[in-house]
Design a protein around this ligand. Sequence first.
Ligand code: ADP
Length: 652
Amino acid sequence: MAPLIDISKVSKTYATGSFRVEALKEVSIRINAGELVSLVGPSGSGKSTLLHIMGFLDRPDSGEYFFAGHPTASLGEGRLAAIRSRMVGFIFQSFHLLKRTTAKDNVLLPMVYTGLGTNSRKALECLDLVGLSDRVKHKSNELSGGQCQRVAIARALVNDPLVVMADEPTGNLDAVSRQEVMQVIKDLNARGLTVVIVTHDDEISAMTDRVVRMKDGAIVSDENRKRTAAAPQAAATPLPPARLSFSPSEFLEQLKVAFKAIWSHKMRSALTILGIFIGVGAIISLMTISEGFMKSLLSGASEDDAKKVWVVPFRQHGRPHRRFTMGDVEAIKTKAPLAEKVTPILVRDLQISAGDRHVDASVQSREGYTPEEQKPRDKFFENRKLTGRFFTKAENLNKARVAVINQTLARKLFDSVDGVNNDIRINGINFTVVGVAEDHKAEQIFGGRPTAYIPLNTAAKRVFGSNRLDYIEVVAPTPADAPETRRQIIMAMRSERGAREDAEDDFDVRTFEAQIEMFKSTMGKLSLVVYSIAGISLLVGGIGIMNIMLVSVTERTREIGLRKALGARNSDILSQFLIEAVVLCLIGGALGVGLGFGLGWAAYFFTKVPPTLGAGTIAFAFGFSTLIGVGFGFWPALRAAMLDPIEALRYE
Ligand code: ADP
């Protein structure tokens, strides 16, 4: 029968700079299943190196190692991790328990890396075996040194290993605990467990059956007081395959660890996610606000709005625009057959006074302001509360000096919305206020502009001194006709103005649809600014994440070493830290969505447009956060995954 461990002519040399240490020189040793072996010798004699090679934490430079009858030289990283996970149990001098973690959870840990799920009953059985049934819920900091080491022994046993490797297991313990722990180990050996102990303590080695003495990297003596025959089942055991997938229990464990790590450094985590929080917040606020605008623009738009086509001055720098005339209006009326209603509009910015109050206001006039010309009330005032009355057709013909003012102007002039029958002066001409109208919806958005409406003839002949028009509003038969109406208006205007074939239009004709397109393009430009700011914030945030993950990896180097010793693959460690980075970013992203939505509502006070948070926006925020987590967490995670288990375990 093959021995459980069969090492022949194994050498290991460490090179530190130009200095070379031959830690092991062609060492050969065979250990049978069921043996209790101690490796003794002075410090630096190579005991630990041999133990690490036996336990697959390290590889020899040369020589052969057969484990349970199988050659091991060509096994890959995943395979070795699987062997450590399922066949070898480790006990360390400094226990290496997870901090702030219960005895039971510490014992459950190796099961996470078997891929077979965790089994609480098995963990409790193992704790019972080491006499700690009454300390299951105690955390590592609530246990004595001896108890900690017994938890570590239970952890080493939980996956039913073929052999337990103990590196100075009693080195950190007082005399009483030392006896306790050795007794537990002896009892386990009596039940058939193979144990290899590295110790420099002769008292400890005296308690073992076989003492292997080392010096300067070689075995100098090997006393066996109780020869044990090779147990046949050990030789027959096949080596476990490499684990290829992640189990749900491992994912849960990783999530738990990630949240624990983040929670145990609350302040640090909060500062780390600040960049993501602000970046995502900025993007989300813009998205919710602009989505809200689009929604209200489209839902607020009536069919009447969609039928309107506006002729507006073509604004271009350094080119005074030509105002429209009644001739233009007539041309549209006669030459644009689709134009159902053509309304000229005059607007001027003038000073309006009452007593010693002077207000810069907008004075508007349009043909449609007389109620006789339109159905019961002027369309323009539809849905707007009016106290007092409109001017009449007669007043228009007589160029009467009567005005309807909006509430904003009334407040500025009279400190009240009630201004009917008061006298005002528009551009120095006396007028009587006959009505006060509620502000136009569109004006309410920006707090309202003081406005007065006066009859068209009064405006043209008395106040403005010209009937040059500022806008012409045209109504098409249906919204679908708007583009064609627009085309007809352009043709009519060009012929009226005698524009040559190749001359550019000195006016602009806009449909409602075009207005929306303009809004979109304005939003697009604004987006660019916000997105650049957000991008910088996210970049800084991502670098912050990377930085803190590097710190986290350094802080937890020993834990990483432990997890590898317990059977974690490199990919398990990689995913562990990636998950932590992603969780950090997702928390930042989720808070950022909250911030963005909050900013959207804050903007509501100015825009009066409620923000809209769509599923797409949320999906975008979380997808983006995950990307940042993976992108900036990858390098730190990779560094963690590539750590050498022994160096990691010894990290101070
Ligand atoms: P022991 O466990 O008997 O004290 P070790 O096996 O730890 O001895 O070490 C054997 C020799 O190898 C020592 O001289 C030690 O300094 C050296 N050594 C061990 N690990 C390393 C390493 N990672 N790099 C360089 N030298 C090492």
